[in-house]
Design a protein. Structure first.
Length: 278
């Protein structure tokens, strides 16, 4: 599996360097070359996850290494899905370095147990339905995080482009960043997709909790933070649809929401509790 991870890491690094080159020069748009490089990295990355799954015998999301690799994989999958619609040369400049760092983290983080935590052991693992629900729950939540990453990036691009316009700096950044309307559209679509996926992830998590021990809620730090995250994005969605919020205000709220996503993933783990894995 190590060879596969190194190969994927090398391909992603190639994608990072190529995207920087395209962004920094007047080279033509990376309509074919960059998506192909990223796609090859994604295929190898997928193979590495599947090999790890086969080796450990369970869905590979029980330690920080596995979670980092899976989040990186989800971001690439989402990028490939939207790259055909939005030919924005700036998007991979922001996304691919993050994917590279996540995959690198999955290789250099301290080795921890690859055994199933107690949370995932017991009678529930013999029930076909509940055995499937847990990986579905985790996959939905992680893909919502991937969509929120793109929402965050679109917000950052919007604020940079707006600053360039107000300062009348029509240089390289202005020419290569998407138009304000495009940044707003990418952010809104990703926000909508992320919110729907997170909602489904929360629902499947509640169902899984109930099937496991008869409780819907444990006051776990990650559960509380996930609820706060959901409420923040619900707030943004609500005022986007009812009050027509867009542009700068939504960009800042999207950045704030992503900060909460990071706290949910990292901070809740540091606090311990029911979700002690990943």
């Amino acid at each position: 599996m190590a060879i596969l991870l190194v190969s994927a890491l090398t391909l992603y690094l190639g994608g990072v360097l190529y995207s920087f080159y395209v962004f920094a020069t007047k080279a033509r748009r990376p309509d074919k070359e960059l998506p192909m490089i990223v796609l090859l990295g994604f295929v190898v990355h997928t193979a590495a996850i599947l090999v790890n799954w086969y080796q450990v015998g369970h869905f590979p999301i029980v330690n920080p290494r596995e979670v980092s690799a899976f989040i990186g994989w989800a971001i690439v999958a989402y990028f490939l899905l939207i790259s055909r619609r939005y030919q924005a040369r700036a998007l991979p400049v922001f996304l691919l370095p993050l994917v590279y760092l996540l995959l690198l983290a999955s290789m250099v983080l301290p080795e921890t147990s690859r055994e199933l935590p107690l949370l995932l052991q017991g009678e529930i693992t013999t029930n076909p339905l509940t055995k499937i629900i847990f990986p579905v729950h985790v996959t939905l939540v992680i893909f919502s995080y991937a969509a929120f990453v793109v929402t965050f990036v679109s917000g950052v691009m919007y604020l940079i482009q707006e600053h360039e316009l107000k300062a009348k700096h029509f240089g390289a950044a202005f020419q290569r960043l998407p138009a304000l309307n495009t940044c707003d559209e990418i952010g809104y679509r990703s926000l909508t997709i992320g919110f729907v996926l997170l909602t489904l992830g929360v629902v499947t998590g509640i169902f899984w909790n109930n099937q496991r021990d008869g409780r819907y809620w444990h006051n776990d730090p990650k559960e509380v933070m996930a609820l706060v995250t959901w409420l923040v994005y619900l707030f943004i969605m609500h005022y986007r649809l009812t009050a027509g919020w867009r542009g700068r205000r939504v960009a800042w709220l999207s950045i704030a929401g992503f900060v909460i996503v990071i706290l949910t993933w990292l901070g809740a783990r540091a606090l311990g509790g029911y979700h002690v894995f990943g």
